[in-house]
Design a protein around this ligand. Structure first.
Ligand code: SAH
Length: 354
C-alpha cells in the first residue's frame, strides 16, 4: 500500500467509509502525498499527456478563438485572461504567442492562473516569464473585469460523488475496507437525494450517475462574471452531455490502473458532465457541445498545420502530422474530448461554437 493508502485505511478503520469525492480529493491534493501536490505528471516521463503538450496548434487555435470573442465584444480593456489548471503553462504560452497578431489584446489582458499545485506553479512561472502572471487558489479572487477564460482537462480532475440507483432511492458509492484491511468499494444505505430527482426519469435500478459538487460553484462564478461584465469561457474536457455510468479512472505511467491500487501515485479523473456545467453557469449563455476535432477544424487547424509543416522535414514532419491526427481524429482525441463555450446571453457566440 502507498503511504497515503495506509493513512486512508487507518482513517476508514476509525471513522467508517468515505465518499468517492473525499477519496479523490485526498489522492489528488493531499499536501504531503497528493498526486498533483507532489509532482509534474505531464509528458512522456510522467503519467499522461494533454492536448497542449501534443502540439502548439491546440493553444494557438483556442487563443485566436478567445481573441476573436474579445473583438466581437468590442475589445474591452482591461480584461482578465484566466486559465484553470494550467499544467505546465504551455497552453497559455501558445495562446499569448498567437494573440500577438492583435497587440491590443495583449495590452488589455492581465494573465491570471488558478492552480493548486506548487510544483506546477513553478513550471508555469518558467513558461510564462515576461507575462507577469498572478496565481490564485480559486477563481473567487480574480479581479472584477470582463473574463476571458480557458480550461483544458481541469474539470475532470475535480472530485466526483457516485450514486447507484436503488428501488428506494440512491446508494452512494464509497471507499471502505475489505476483510483483509484493503481499500474496497462499498455502497451506503439508500437515501433520497433532491439533486438527483431529475435523473429518476432516465435511469433504472442499478444505474450509476455522478455529481461533481466542486464544479458547480466554479462554473456559477464564471457565469456570474461573464453575465455581469462580459467575456467568454472555453472549456475542453472528456465527457458528454449528462453523466451516465461509472467513469472514475486511474492512469499511472501512461496505462490504466485500478483507482484504489495506488492512492496518491496515480492520476484520478472522471468524465465531465457538461450539462451540469451549463446549468450552473446561468445566467450566462452556453453553446452546444462541440467535439474537439470539429472545433479545431473550424478554427483552421489544417491551415495552421500546413504552415508549420513547411518548416519541417523527416522525423519532425512525421511527428507533426501524427500530432494533428491525434488532436483531431474521431478515433483519437477528436470525439472523446468535447468543448463548451460560455458567453453573455444575447451576445455573439464565440467563433466555431455557433
Ligand atoms: N490544462 C493543463 C493541465 C491539465 S492537468 C493541460 O492541458 O496540460 C490538471 C491541472 O489542474 C493541473 O494543473 C492541476 O494541478 C490542476 N488542478 C487540479 N485540481 C485543482 C484544483 N482543485 N484547483 C486548482 N487547480 C487544480
Amino acid at each position: 500500500m502507498t503511504p497515503l493508502g495506509r493513512l486512508l485505511a487507518r482513517r476508514i478503520a476509525a471513522t467508517g467509509p468515505i465518499g468517492i469525492a473525499d477519496y479523490m480529493a485526498e489522492c489528488l491534493l493531499h499536501p504531503a502525498h497528493g498526486y498533483y501536490a507532489t509532482r509534474d505528471p505531464l509528458g512522456a516521463a510522467g503519467d499522461f499527456t494533454t492536448a497542449p503538450e501534443i502540439s502548439q496548434m491546440f493553444g494557438e487555435c483556442l487563443g485566436l478563438c478567445l481573441v476573436q470573442a474579445w473583438m466581437d465584444q468590442g475589445a474591452p480593456s482591461p480584461v482578465v485572461l484566466a486559465e484553470l489548471g494550467p499544467g505546465r503553462g504551455t497552453l497559455m504560452a501558445d495562446l499569448l504567442r498567437a494573440a500577438r497578431v492583435v497587440p491590443a489584446f495583449g495590452t488589455a489582458a492581465g494573465v491570471h492562473l488558478v492552480e493548486a499545485s506548487p510544483v506546477l506553479r513553478a513550471r508555469q512561472a518558467q513558461a510564462l516569464a515576461g507575462h507577469d502572471p498572478v496565481w490564485h487558489d480559486t477563481i473567487a479572487t480574480l479581479p472584477e473585469a470582463p473574463l476571458f477564460l480557458i480550461a483544458n482537462e481541469f474539470f475532470d480532475a475535480l472530485p466526483i460523488r457516485q450514486f447507484q440507483r436503488d428501488a428506494a432511492g440512491w446508494r452512494e458509492r464509497q471507499v471502505a475496507l475489505d476483510a483483509e484491511g484493503r481499500l474496497a468499494f462499498a455502497l451506503s444505505a439508500p437515501t433520497p437525494l433532491a439533486a438527483l430527482d431529475h435523473r429518476l426519469g432516465d435511469t433504472a435500478p442499478g444505474d450509476v450517475v455522478e455529481l461533481c459538487p466542486a464544479a458547480q460553484p466554479v462554473t456559477a462564478e464564471i457565469g456570474r462574471r461573464i453575465a455581469a461584465r462580459g467575456g467568454a469561457a472555453l472549456i475542453v474536457d472528456y465527457g458528454g452531455w449528462r453523466s451516465r455510468g461509472d467513469t472514475l479512472q486511474a492512469v499511472r505511467g501512461h496505462a490504466f490502473d485500478d483507482p484504489l491500487a495506488h492512492p496518491g501515485e496515480a492520476d484520478l479523473t472522471a468524465h465531465v458532465d457538461f450539462e451540469a456545467l451549463a446549468r450552473a453557469a446561468a445566467p450566462a449563455a452556453h453553446s452546444a457541445l462541440v467535439p474537439q476535432g470539429v472545433l479545431l477544424d473550424r478554427l483552421g487547424i489544417a491551415h495552421r498545420a500546413e504552415r508549420l509543416a513547411r518548416t519541417l522535414s523527416g522525423g519532425a514532419l512525421a511527428a507533426h502530422q501524427a500530432a494533428l491526427r491525434r488532436l483531431t481524429h474521431p478515433e483519437e482525441m477528436g470525439r472523446v474530448f468535447q468543448s463548451l463555450a460560455l458567453f453573455p446571453a444575447g451576445g455573439p457566440v464565440p467563433p466555431a461554437y455557433a
